[in-house]
Design a binder for this molecule. Structure first.
Ligand code: SAM
Length: 289
């Protein structure tokens, strides 16, 4: 069996199908078997599940997922890789490869039959150019994914798993914390990829809440509050919120922030998901009084 992590083999397979690495699709293929196995192992504790892979490339991780889990559904945007995957995954009967852009794919209908069969988890070495949009699409889809295990740029991984009060945290941290619990698993050096990216990568696993521990009155307003709080990172919270809620005076916003138990010069990064819920509820009452 071909070793799809071996750089020479990767080159040969690409040449065989007349392909080159496409930068515009973030094609940095893993060249380390151990890393691929570790990611596949980390994906989920249950084996009788469906795993959704985003960007199978030439199929190195897809194979490991097929070995470990009952079913694999892989979305690959690059039509040039579809015949390659047919060749490299030929022996696996539990994989479905879809030539679709994950950003435009109708996940609800494509994945409906798999959710009927049981648990569904996501596992991917994500293309860097759209890491955050992909993660937001997955979690905002409201599909009941069990877990999302992804390799992303190390710096993004730190932000995803930062938790409140950490200098690395941002709007995405609050969004992820709202939908689940993120854990940073391990870091992978840039030299473990072909071609090597400019930065190191890390693997993060997000276990999605079955029941969210905190729920705001108005979810849209909650996300608007989070976005406004982080859009102007250097500003204090009353000033940042003014950009999102111009209909409320700065004095009133300051009063609301104090009434939620914060100092008026607090910055967004100090607030937990629970704090953001309380604050967006206060704003909700202010807007609806
Ligand atoms: N899984 C392989 C590996 O680990 O070696 C390849 C990972 S590579 C970082 C990213 C993969 O995602 C590429 O195969 C690329 O063509 C694919 N891709 C990029 N954008 C995509 C999109 N919007 N939808 C689906 N696949 C995409």
């Amino acid at each position: 069996m071909l070793n799809l992590c071996d750089p020479k083999t990767i080159r040969q397979v690409m040449d065989m199908f007349g392909l080159n690495f496409k930068k515009e699709f973030g094609q940095n293929f893993l060249t380390d078997n151990m890393t691929v196995e570790d990611i596949a192992d980390a994906c989920n504790d249950d084996k009788d599940i469906t795993v959704v892979e985003i960007g199978p490339g030439i199929g190195c991780m897809t194979r490991e997922l097929c070995e470990r889990y009952s079913r694999v559904v892989a979305f690959e945007i690059d039509s040039g890789l579809i015949p390659v995957l047919k060749y490299t995954l030929d022996e696996y009967k539990n994989v479905t490869v879809l030539n679709q852009d994950i950003m435009t794919a109708d996940l609800e209908s494509v994945l409906a039959p798999y959710f009927e069969m049981g648990k569904v988890a996501v596992c991917a070495n994500l293309p860097y150019y759209i890491t955050t949009p992909i993660l937001m699409k997955l979690i905002e889809s409201k599909l009941p994914f069990d877990s999302i295990t992804v390799m992303v740029q190390a710096e993004v991984a730190e932000r995803l798993a930062a938790g409140a009060g950490n200098k690395n945290c941002g709007a995405i941290t609050a969004a992820i914390d709202y939908y689940g619990h993120a854990e940073l698993l391990f870091t992978v050096n840039a030299d473990r990829f072909m071609p090597p990216p400019k930065v190191n990568s890390s693997v993060v696993r997000i276990d999605l809440w079955k029941d969210k521990p905190v729920v705001p009155i108005d979810e849209e307003l909650f996300f608007k509050t989070v976005k406004a709080a982080f859009e102007q990172r250097r500003k204090t919270l009353p000033n940042s919120l003014m950009t999102g809620f111009s209909e409320i005076s700065k004095e009133r916003l300051t009063e609301l922030i104090i009434s939620c138990g914060h100092r008026p010069d607090v910055r967004g990064e100090k607030l937990s998901v629970r704090d953001f819920c309380t604050l967006s509820d206060a704003i909700y009452h202010e807007l609806n009084k």
